[in-house]
Every structure is written in C-alpha cells, then in structure tokens.
Design a protein around this ligand. Sequence first.
Ligand code: PMP
Length: 299
Amino acid sequence: MREKWVYLNGEFVPKSEAVVSVFDHGFLYGDGIFEGIRCYSGNVFCLKEHIVRLYESAKSIMLDIPLTPEEMEAVVVETLEKNGLPDAYIRLVVSRGVGDLGLDPRNCKQASVIVIAEKLSLFPQRYYDEGLEIVTVPTRRNVPDALNPKIKSLNYLNNVLVRLEAARAGVHEALTLNQDGYVCEGSGDNIFIVKNGKICTPPTYVGALEGITRNVVMELCETFQIPCAEVPFTRHDVYVADEVFLTGTAAEMIPVVNVDGRIIGSGKPGPITAKLTEAFRQLTVQRGTKVPGMFSTSV
Ligand code: PMP
C-alpha cells in the first residue's frame, strides 16, 4: 500500500511518525485552530474560503501562523498530491506550539502546522438516502462572549459533549440551543429548516460557525430563487418544519427526518433538500482548486 504522508512543521513525515510534543499547547489546552476541507475528484472545494476562515480564527485568538495564506493553500494541495488522493477530507491544524506547563501562550515560540489528508464519510450512506434522526441535548452552545463559535478553535469540548449526549440518546447527531433556547447548530454542522417553500438558518450571532457549506447552500438558494433567511428560531419551529437538513464539510448535506421524536414533514427527505443536495454535489466537482496530476472523474 502507498505510504501516507502528513505535513508537519515544514516537512512531510510518514503517518506513523507524525507526532507532536506533549508540551504543545494544542494538546495541553486546546489552544489552536483548525479547518476541515474536502477535495472532490481532484478539486479542493472552497479552499480560499477555508484559508480565509483559518486566518480569521488565528487573528481572533492572536495566533501567528508561520506561513502566508498562499503558502498554506499550496501545502494543502501538496499534501493531497503527495498522498495521491483525489477524494479526501483534509484536516488543517495550527496549534499555539510547544511551550511549558504554564498557560501563558507567550512561552510558545512557534505555532505548529499540521495537514492530514484521509478518506472520510461521516455518516453511513443510508442516512444520506433516508435521513437522520437527531435530538436536542442539555449542553448549551458556548456563549459567543466566552468562546465565540465563529472561531474554529481546537477547543471542541462543547461539541464533544454534544456528540456524547447524542450517542447516549442512540442517534448520530444532535442540535444545540443557546442560553435563550434558540437553535444554534449540530456538533459539527449547520442546520437549515424549510417551511412553506422558504428556508431559514440561524444567524451566526445566535451561536454558530459561519459554515462554508452553509454559505454555498445559501448561494444555491439564490440561484434557484428559493427565499433563504438568517433568522433565530426555536425547537418548535424545527418540529413543525416541512424539511430539515444539516450542512458541513465532513457531513456534506444530510436530510433530517426526526427531531426529538417528532417526525419531520412526511418522514422522508423532502424535495427542496433533494434539489439543493443535487446542485451541491454538482458544484463540488465543478468548482475548486485543481490538484496537479489529478483529473475530474465525474460530474
Ligand atoms: N458547525 C460546526 C461546529 C462545525 O464544526 C462545522 C464543521 N466545520 C460546521 C458547523 C460546518 O462548517 P463547514 O461547512 O465550514 O464545514
């Protein structure tokens, strides 16, 4: 089997040797940021948008990335090329770097940069065909004044708790609410609801990541002239929606057919979700940054 390579601080190392120090503040404190990116048929989808978000997260937490955005883009493309992966999920991590046991990030001399490319399907295929069952969980989304969910930070404990609570409820994904009871997002994806031909997604100030897939779906709504608004909504609005779906780079677009035991619409993925999902799939192979030596195999 072909050797798998991980980009680690300026060089490619074999996967089995890709290790970071126990003194890295990413490990000690979750002090860092990350991105999840997908490559479809040799096209890196929305690479620039992911890199922009990475540098915005870095700015917000005052982390100096030792590469320019252009260099970072090149590293992502090179990692895919080196691993010969036309279809992959890329995990880009920038941690505060190696320091000491103290919390002070000023003792970390240089950020650590890691790029991993692997194959990934987040949910079994049948959920993409038949729809997911999800629940809302007791753990609330981080409040923006404490750790803003717009920062894609390495501190994912809030999301991890949500995923654990989903698993305890016997489902694969869950929704978080904010302190006021408004719906925020899933543990790793954004939510959309459809009612009477109109689409809504929570505004990010409610407590959600500004998902890149979310933005693409909003763009597709514009193309199809489907009204789509960023408005706060509650669990009730989700229960009585005609259709519900989740979006994310890892999750892609996935229909939801049951929320907290309430059947959504007909209990099957709805027509608007299907139309947008089809358009999204087409876009993933048409749009993107080409990885040299890899060619589109499908449309
Ligand atoms: N919300 C959270 C908490 C996430 O981790 C993700 C995945 N990055 C998303 C939403 C979806 O964002 P994107 O479409 O940019 O992957």
